[in-house]
Design a protein around this ligand. Structure first.
Ligand code: F6R
Length: 605
């Protein structure tokens, strides 16, 4: 939700700021802008729409300076136009902001009464004016910022420039992440590590409530109480190739095809991490799993796994519902939160709520040192690597891989799985990278299927058991990038209402691996076929043998996938659905990596 960059360099920072914004454009692409300090004051350029519009503007206008900030916006308050684009500035101060200022209306009224005029509809614009209010009363830049912050309610990460202080960028975090980067002859600021200068070899995550004043020669950090603090610097693990599409047209395609590697790495890494995890599942009475969006579908799959393999009762919740539901928690329960970014505001708030109830928490995140990883008692990092396409793909299969390993640990500790069976299930998981290569090998077939959806108004996905969440995820992938109306249902629920939606040739994807639910799933497919729906069955050789073609009104189209088990089929089948959605979106001309209205990492409620 909005990306922030900042840079101080011996050379002109404008190219660095643009590069940083390009690396985090996935955080929002409604508008982009930059401000730099120049001897003639703060200069700001901004444009609505994608970053390339700002880049074109910069090609035609001279702008340079050694210290600057930039922003890429996902609109919350005010339309996505140029007036509402960040940075928001006055003669003395320029501000980039990620988050929401909840008391902006009251502050705006008060500042207007004090003679300030507003150019935008944003909540952010109160910040530079509030700071200017205190500057006018003789406060120093730091003191004016402190005084302004004391008036703000809500969540924010801020980067601030002062016309009267040409050496420094000021930064503050409350509720939204901020990272500093250090390299040879430069310092940078970012809302995540991807935003930093590619030459920064060390990074430092600001803690909740921290403020920083950074220059080329010094960093001053203070905590929530204004006390000077040191924070740990760590090696910057982001590599240049992570930020490039390589030969792929879209990041999403690159990320789908990376899955054999990311899954193999995640399985290996998780097994190592689990040997150090001091959690005994035989002492846990109940599990709660909380997440949002695609990560929530990983939670749904895990519920089946934990219940069946480890005999654990599992409650699952979307974080936005959980945090206000007031669910009573069992003191011996464990809460698992799942998040690719580790910054999703609802998931973070749900996690904090669980901690206040005194219950144990475990985070599964893809971004190390993210807020969620730091807030939880325990955390495990998936090895998907940076995911840049807004639609989550490799992060989802990495989450499932990690969850599968935890399930095996839990089943062993609860005496429901002996060492031999555990080893053979682990072997099945280790086959996944090879099996996913086999799915990728039928890409042309999946492409043709995806393209065949381009004129469809609706598409439905059905499955039972562990395939039900995969049906939901298949529908989410398709709708978010192709804008075709898509819904996932549990196959058994179809006859309780949704079947009314089936018209002649309505595409219905049937997720039908040969598992305990297969017969019933195939019966549900017949019900669709009997109503002239277009059935597309994803199954394996056994599913095909079980299918009684004579009973079908029309034989289904079949996508043949490798044989799998309840532990591996969700990971395998979703890859085929990702590719189908990708090609459906391409055929409709969508910007696959940056679908409309979306942003990666939802750091507002
Ligand atoms: C969909 C998608 C989102 C995210 C959701 C949670 O493709 O990417 O639904 O899964 O916003 O994000 P994280 O996992 O970062 O908490």
């Amino acid at each position: 939700m909005c990306g922030i960059v900042g840079s101080i360099h011996h050379q002109n920072v404008v190219p660095t700021l643009l590069q940083g914004l390009s690396n985090i454009e996935y955080r929002g692409y409604d508008s982009a802008g930059i401000s730099v300090l120049t001897p003639r004051g703060i200069k700001t350029l901004k444009r609505s729409g994608k970053l390339e519009h700002l880049r074109n503007l910069l090609d035609s206008q001279q702008l340079s300076g050694f210290c600057g900030i930039g922003h890429t916006r996902w609109a919350t308050h005010g339309e996505p136009n140029e007036r509402n684009a960040h940075p928001h500035s006055n003669d003395q101060v320029s501000v980039v902001h990620n988050g929401i200022i909840e008391n902006h209306s009251q502050l705006r009224q008060w500042l207007q009464a004090e003679g300030f005029s507003f150019n935008s509809q944003t909540d952010t614009e109160v910040i530079p004016h509030l700071i200017a209010y205190y500057l006018a009363r003789g406060y120093s830049p730091q003191k004016s910022l402190n005084a302004a912050l004391a008036n703000l309610k809500g969540s924010f990460a801020l980067g601030v420039l002062f016309d009267q202080d040409q050496q420094h960028i000021y930064a503050a975090r409350r509720g939204s992440p901020l990272v500093l980067g250090f390299g040879e002859g430069n310092v940078s600021l970012g809302s995540d590590a991807m935003a930093l200068n590619i030459n920064d070899d060390r990074i430092l995550y600001l803690e909740e409530g921290d403020q920083a004043r950074i220059s080329l020669n010094s960093i001053k950090l203070v905590d929530n109480n204004g006390k000077a603090v040191q924070r740990k610097q760590r090696k910057n693990e982001i590599r240049h190739e992570h930020c490039s599409k390589q030969n792929h047209r879209f990041y999403m395609h690159k990320e789908i095809l990376q899955q054999p590697d990311t899954i193999a790495q995640t399985l290996n890494h998780t097994q190592q991490q689990l040997t150090e995890l001091v959690l005994d599942f035989s002492k846990i009475s109940r599990l709660n799993i909380i997440a949002c969006g695609t990560s929530y579908y990983a939670a749904m799959v895990a519920k089946y796994w934990f219940e069946q393999q480890a005999g654990l009762c599992v409650d699952i919740d979307t974080a936005s519902e959980f945090r206000y539901r007031g669910a009573p928690l069992d003191q011996n329960s464990l809460t698992i939160v799942i998040s690719q970014s580790g910054e999703t505001a609802d998931t973070l708030a749900a996690l904090k709520h669980v901690r206040t109830q005194g219950c144990k928490t475990l985070a599964i995140v893809n971004v190390i040192a993210s807020s969620i990883a730091r807030e939880a008692h325990f955390s495990l990092q998936t090895q998907a690597g940076p995911e840049i396409g807004v639609a989550s793909t490799k992060a989802f299969t990495a989450q499932l891989s990690t969850l599968a390993c935890i399930v095996l640990k839990a089943a062993k500790e609860r005496q429901l799985l002996d060492a031999d069976n555990s080893a053979s299930l682990m072997d099945e998981l280790q086959q996944l990278p090879t099996q996913i290569q086999q799915v990728i090998a039928i890409e042309p077939e999946l492409q043709a299927l995806g393209e065949s959806l381009s004129d469809s108004r609706d598409a439905y996905f059905i499955g039972r058991g562990c395939s039900f969440p995969i049906a939901m995820e298949g529908a989410l992938k398709l709708k978010e990038i192709s804008y075709i109306h898509a819904e996932g249902f549990s196959a058994g629920e179809l006859k309780h209402g949704p079947i009314a939606l089936i018209e002649e040739n309505t595409p219905v994807f049937v997720i039908a691996p040969a598992d305990a639910w297969l017969d019933k799933t195939l019966s549900n497919m017949q019900e669709v076929s009997a109503r002239s729906g277009r059935c597309i069955m994803l199954g394996d050789q056994h599913s095909l043998t079980t299918l009684n073609i004579e009973q079908c009104q029309a034989p289904p189209e079949v996508v043949l996938l490798p044989c799998s088990s309840a532990l591996t089929s969700p990971i395998l089948y979703v890859v085929a659905l990702q590719l189908i959605a990708y090609y459906a979106a391409l055929s409709k001309g969508s910007d696959v990596d940056q679908p409309r209205n979306l942003a990666k990492s939802v750091t507002v409620e």
